[in-house]
Design a binder for this molecule. Structure first.
Ligand code: SF4
Length: 388
């Protein structure tokens, strides 16, 4: 099968005991049938007792049901199960993490999930040019989609490539605002076209944007108007998002660094960013003081498209799938603004850390994602509220 993967996928190496945001804390660890069979067959009575005591029933059997620290996470920062019995012995979830596989039938895609610190560090390192490599090989997972319309799938891949090509050309904050607006508008147009049965929209109107350097050679239907934009979301919208279950008190235990960033927002710097002008000024000042932020956010949104745009293959929700990425990029920007206000610095490492703690919370609950998307309900297609 054709395998497409982020270029550094094979070189991933866990930071192990040196990880500053270990994945052995803050998660439920689901166990599959093979894991359970292996643990029930454990010969050492002591280890078997620990394993069985560590298991609890959620919707599926899990380790670490309290979402605190996994009971097998040792003081040296390493997994005591892995040390005792080897990598093949630990739960499948832990073995494959942070590798993210999607089998679309015609090809499989592989990424590293940004909830892992080393995956975010890799993103930041490769932010200048994210590359997808293509090889042939055996697939790693079962087909994850039920759709088998290859033409539609190929169209979606082409649309994604045109979006990421445009993002790759972004150099300034204003260009990022423009390109995200263009992607959002184009996705709304696509949605509308498909709703009316026009499946040739992309062929007839390929995506293209004009940046300051002149018209993109691909041409395109999108006319930019910086008086109307979607990124960053308005101050009111990011505040509404901060009041979803994205933030809650248990983060203090499960994701303390994200908890601290939200505390900075609610308790210390809220007044600075509560008004539309204050929020927009804070974003602009950040990108002026730390221009690399534009590159990181551009890469972050591109990576989001790589991981999630092809959900459209299943749900035909062009606009939702483009816009959720803009929601996440706006919230990551808010968290970064908070971080810099407190620490007065933003190294690549620091940005990667903020990215990790945000992604660890924001991407793993469909209910939360639906609530976050609902915040934008008042934005109707083609009727964006002017925010500058
Ligand atoms: S978050 Fe990533 S780098 Fe850190 S311990 Fe987990 S897999 Fe390793």
């Amino acid at each position: 099968m054709k395998i497409r993967q982020i270029s550094y996928f094979e070189n991933f190496k866990c930071l192990e005991g040196k990880c500053g945001e270990t994945c052995c804390m803050g998660w439920l660890i689901p166990l599959d049938d093979d894991d359970i069979a292996r643990y029930k067959a454990e010969k050492s009575v002591l280890l078997k007792t620990r394993l069985l005591l560590a298991m609890s029933e959620h919707s599926v059997p899990v380790f670490n049901s309290s979402c605190g620290e996994c009971t097998f996470h040792g003081k040296n920062g390493l997994c005591s199960l892995q040390l005792a019995r080897g990598h093949e012995y630990i739960p499948e979830t832990c073995r494959s993490y942070p590798r993210y596989y999607r089998n679309y039938g015609d090809f499989e895609e592989r990424y590293l999930d940004l909830s892992c610190l080393e995956a975010s560090r890799n993103l930041v390192r490769h932010a200048d040019e994210l590359m997808i490599t293509e090889t042939e090989g055996p697939e790693d997972c079962e087909k994850t989609m039920t759709n088998d319309d290859s033409t539609f799938l190929n169209t979606l891949v082409s649309i994604r490539a045109s979006f990421t090509d445009a993002l790759q050309k972004v150099r300034t904050y204003d260009e990022l605002i423009s390109v995200l607006y263009a992607i959002d508008s184009y996705s709304a147009d696509l949605q509308n076209a498909y709703l009316h049965g026009d499946e040739s929209y992309y062929d007839m109107h390929p995506f293209g944007v004009e940046l300051s350097g002149g018209p993109d050679s691909s041409g395109g239907p999108v006319h930019l108007n910086n008086a109307r934009h979607i990124f960053p979301l308005s101050a009111g919208e990011v505040d509404s998002l901060a009041h979803t279950s994205l933030y809650h008190n248990r983060l203090k235990k499960t994701n303390p660094r994200l908890y601290e960033l939200f505390q900075l927002y609610f308790r210390k710097y809220y007044r600075d960013v509560a008004s539309e002008n204050g929020w927009k000024r804070a974003c602009r000042e950040l990108t002026e003081e730390y221009p690399e932020t534009v590159k990181y956010l551009r890469a972050y949104y591109s990576y989001y498209l790589y991981q999630y745009w092809l959900k459209t293959y299943e749900d035909y929700s062009f606009l939702r799938n483009a816009r959720l990425g803009i929601i996440h990029t706006s919230m990551l920007l808010l968290m970064t603004v908070m971080y810099v206000k407190k620490h007065r610095s933003l190294s690549p490492e620091e940005f990667a850390h903020v990215c990790t703690v945000y992604n660890r919370r924001a991407f793993f609950s469909e209910d939360l994602i639906n609530d976050m998307y609902r915040v934008l309900d008042q934005r109707c297609e083609g009727a964006f509220t002017p925010t500058v």
